[in-house]
Design a protein around this ligand. Structure first.
Ligand code: MN
Length: 195
């Protein structure tokens, strides 16, 4: 079974510059990334490497470093590992049309290694330790409601540790890509102007 079947079926690779996708594992820890995606609705895409793909959630309001903030996270289709470095403009009329920057990137660990990542997701509670440039420390992905529930929602929440900080607001104060250093607006401007 091709784990990226849904991903591929949604995209026309003759029109979008997004990666076609292979499934091969990375060697230096599990990939963690958050992409800022200025599509029809601005959102942040959390992606976590597992078993050759990036498990993905769209976070409409973006992540927080404040443990009192519960951020809605909507599961989306698995993405290829190379997507973790994708920045660019997805053309109009293509799935996810809009601009993408890599807002944060690093690695993560399963904080409860006695339960595997798929098992934890099945049970509705995945605790991870993030080593990003902007987000660090313990976070939890929590499903509210049962797995069978059509309206089941996931929440992405900072857990209390030395990296928790209710005053930091990286969504607003650190808007730039950790790869190119550009904001969404700057990337759009740069792409619009022929160089
Ligand atoms: Mn997205």
């Amino acid at each position: 079974m091709d784990k990226l079947q849904e991903y591929k079926s949604k995209r026309d690779f003759s029109k979008t510059g997004e990666p076609k996708g292979k499934t091969k594992g990375s060697k230096q820890g599990l990939i963690y990334t958050i992409q800022k995606h200025n599509a029809r609705n601005l959102h942040y895409d959390l992606r976590l490497e597992w078993d050759g793909v990036l498990k993905s959630w769209a976070i409409p309001k973006g992540p927080s470093t404040d443990p009192s903030q519960k951020k809605l996270a909507i599961p989306t289709e698995d993405h290829p590992l190379e997507y973790a470095d994708f920045e660019g403009i997805i053309p109009e009329n293509q799935y996810g049309a809009g601009t993408v920057i890599v807002w944060d990137k690093g690695t993560y660990e399963n904080a409860k290694p006695d339960i595997s990542v798929p098992e934890a997701l099945e049970k509705g509670k995945l605790e991870i330790f993030i080593k990003g440039q902007k987000l660090k420390g313990a976070y939890v992905l929590l499903r509210t409601g049962s797995k069978q529930d059509q309206d089941a929602r996931w929440l992405f929440i900072k857990m209390k540790d030395q990296y928790a900080d209710a005053r930091r607001n990286p969504i607003n104060t650190e808007p730039r890509s950790v790869i190119s250093g550009l904001t969404i607006e700057e990337l759009e401007e740069k792409t619009a102007k022929p160089s």
